[in-house]
Design a protein around this ligand. Structure first.
Ligand SMILES: *Cc1c(COP(=O)(O)O)cnc(C)c1O
Length: 497
C-alpha cells in the first residue's frame, strides 16, 4: 500500500521510507529511490497561503508515508524554528532580473541546513518506529558545508554519534573553523590528507565493509549516512522549490501554471535532483540549469553523454562544488535508464573500474529538461562583482557560479523571458575572502574576521550569528589522517576492535 523505496542497483532490495532513512545507502552500494514519484496534491492557490512548515508537511508526507502526521509535524517544527534567522526560512530576493532563493538562513549559513536540521529528527523517529536498539553512527564526508551542518544537526542528539571527514586543505578557513570548534560529546571531526572524492570513497568503503558491520553490531552500533545520498536529505530539499514557486505566485511575479527555470550550483547533484523531482511531481519548471565550476564533469556529461571523472581535480573558490563523482547523478541515470537497476549497476561498475561510462542515445534524449554549463574562476568573480555594482546585493561564490551560468543560458538560448529562480546556497560570509577579492582587489592585508566586518559594511547586512560564534571559539577537534587510515580512526573513536 505505502510508497516503497528501491535500490538503484538491485530491484529486489526494497525499504520503507523510514528504513531507507536509517540505512542511508542500500546494501549493494546503490541509492534508494521511490518506486514512483508522487504527484503534488495541492494547487498553487493553496500553497501560496502556506508557511514554510506547512509546505514542508504537504511535500514530505507524500514521500515519507510511513511516518504519522504527528511524527512528521513534530520533526518539521523541531527543524524549522528559531535556528533560522528569518520566519520565512527560505526568502526569495529579486535582483537584476533573477530571483535568488536564499537557502542559507539556518544554523551554519549554507543550504545544507535546509535538510540537515530535519534529518536527525527523521532519523530518531525512524529508529523508534523500526525498534532499533543500536546507537546510530553517522559517517559523513564533506566538501565543507555538509560537515558543519550535520554536526550542528546531530550534536547531542540522543542515540547518535557523528563522525565527519573533510579534506584538510580543501575547505575555506571559516568552514574549517566552524567544524573543528563543534561542541557535543557525540561529535568527531577529522581532516584527511586528500580531496573530497577520496574522503567520500573512504566513507563508502567503510559502509560496504561487511566484516566491520558485524563488529559494529556486536558493539551495539550501526552506521548511517547524512550525505546527500540519504533520502532523508533529498526529500526536504524538494520543499523549497515548491515554496519558492508558491511565493512567486503569491507576489504576482508569475501567473498560475507559468513555468519557471531553476538554476542550481551543483556538486553532488542533490539539490538539482530535488528540483527535478519537484518538476516530475507537477511543479511547473521549464529548464533545470545545472551550473558547475571548473570541475565541469557534469557540463561535459550533458554535452556528450559521457561521464568521465578521469581529469585533474581543481580547487576552486566554490569548494563545496569541487567534486568529480556526483553521487546523486546515479538516481537520474537509473531513471533515464527506464528504472532499470541492472543497466544502472553496469554504468556504476564502469565508473568504479574505469572512471567513466557513456549513456545510450535513448537516455540522452530524456535529458532535455536540463541545461548544463560551467563558470570559470574569473567568470565567477565577475558575477559577484557585477551584481554587487549594479544592485548592492552580495552573493557567495557558489551562488555566483549559478548566476554566471544563468547568464550564459540566456545568451545561448535567447530565453530571457522565463522567470528564473537561482538557488543561493551559501551566505557570502561563509566565503568572505573570495567574495571580497571578487569585489575589490585591495583586501589582501586584512584578516578573515576583518573581512567579515568589511563585508557587513559594504553589503549593509548584519554579520550572521554563525560567524560571530566562531570568532573566539576553542578548537576541540585536532585529528588528521591519511585517506587509507579512515577506517582505523573510526574504530578508535568507537572502541571497536
Ligand atoms: C553542497 C553545496 C552545493 C552543491 O550541492 P549538491 O547538492 O551537492 O549539488 C552548492 N553550494 C553550496 C554552498 C553547498 O554547500
Amino acid at each position: 500500500m505505502g510508497l516503497m523505496y528501491v535500490s538503484t542497483r538491485n530491484a529486489e532490495e526494497k525499504a520503507t521510507a523510514s528504513q531507507a532513512i536509517l540505512k542511508g545507502l542500500a546494501g549493494d552500494g546503490g541509492l534508494y529511490v521511490p518506486e514512483c514519484l508522487p504527484t503534488l496534491d495541492r494547487d498553487v492557490e493553496e500553497l501560496a497561503q502556506m508557511t514554510y512548515q506547512e509546505t514542508a508537511f504537504e511535500v514530505m508526507k507524500l514521500f515519507l508515508d510511513d511516518f504519522t502526521e504527528e511524527e512528521l509535524k513534530k520533526c518539521i517544527a523541531a527543524a524549522y524554528d528559531s535556528k533560522f534567522d528569518t520566519e520565512e526560512i527560505a526568502p526569495v530576493v529579486s535582483a537584476d532580473g533573477a530571483y535568488y532563493l536564499e537557502l542559507f538562513h539556518g544554523a551554519t549559513i549554507a543550504f545544507k541546513d535546509m535538510a540537515l536540521s530535519i534529518l536527525p529528527h527523521l532519523m530518531t523517529a525512524a529508529a523508534k518506529k523500526n525498534e532499533v536498539k543500536n546507537e546510530i553512527v553517522i559517517l559523513t564526508a564533506t566538501s565543507g558545508d555538509t560537515g558543519k551542518a550535520a554536526l550542528a544537526g546531530f550534536a547531542d542528539v540522543k542515540g547518535t554519534k557523528i563522525i565527519v571527514f573533510y579534506p584538510k586543505n580543501g575547505v575555506s578557513p571559516i568552514q574549517e573553523k566552524q567544524m573543528v570548534t563543534q561542541k557535543g560529546e557525540n561529535t568527531f571531526v577529522v581532516g584527511i590528507h586528500g580531496n573530497f572524492d577520496e574522503a567520500q570513497t573512504g566513507v563508502k568503503k567503510i559502509f560496504a565493509d561487511k566484516e566491520l558491520g558485524k563488529r559494529m553490531e556486536q558493539s551495539g552500533y550501526q552506521f548511517s549516512s547524512a550525505n546527500s545520498i540519504n533520502i532523508g536529505r533529498l526529500v526536504p530539499q524538494i520543499v523549497y522549490y515548491v515554496y519558492a514557486y508558491a511565493k512567486l505566485y503569491a507576489n504576482g511575479v508569475i501567473t498560475k501554471g507559468e513555468k519557471i527555470n531553476v538554476a542550481v550550483p551543483t556538486g553532488n547533484f542533490g539539490n538539482i535532483l530535488a528540483a527535478f523531482y519537484a518538476k516530475n511531481m507537477g511543479l511547473p519548471i521549464a529548464k533545470l540549469i545545472c551550473a558547475s565550476n571548473e570541475n565541469r564533469v557534469l557540463y561535459d556529461f550533458f554535452a556528450t553523454g559521457v561521464y568521465d571523472r578521469n581529469r585533474e581535480f581543481m580547487l576552486t573558490s566554490s569548494p563545496s562544488m569541487d567534486i568529480l563523482i556526483s553521487s546523486n547523478l546515479e538516481r537520474l541515470i537509473y531513471r533515464i535508464a527506464g528504472n532499470d537497476s541492472k543497466m544502472n549497476a553496469e554504468f556504476m561498475r564502469a565508473l568504479t573500474a574505469n572512471g567513466k561510462y557513456e549513456i545510450t542515445e535513448e537516455m540522452r534524449q530524456q535529458l532535455t529538461d536540463f541545461y548544463g554549463n560551467y563558470a570559470s574562476e574569473e567568470e565567477t568573480s565577475e558575477a559577484i562583482r557585477s551584481l554587487y555594482q549594479s544592485t548592492g546585493y552580495v552573493i557567495d561564490t557558489h551562488t555566483a557560479v549559478a548566476s554566471a551560468v544563468y547568464h550564459k543560458y540566456c545568451k545561448d538560448t535567447l530565453d530571457t523571458e522565463t522567470k528564473t529562480v537561482i538557488a543561493s546556497t551559501a551566505s557570502p560570509f561563509k566565503f568572505t575572502r573570495s567574495v571580497m577579492n571578487a569585489i575589490d582587489n585591495g583586501y589582501d592585508t586584512m584578516t578573515d574576521f576583518e573581512l567579515v566586518d568589511e563585508l557587513a559594511r559594504i553589503g549593509a547586512v548584519a554579520v550572521p550569528n554563525a560567524i560571530e560564534e566562531i570568532r573566539t571559539a576553542e578548537v576541540c577537534h585536532k585529528t588528521v589522517c591519511g585517506a587509507e587510515e579512515m577506517q582505523e580512526v573510526v574504530k578508535g573513536f568507537l572502541g571497536v576492535v
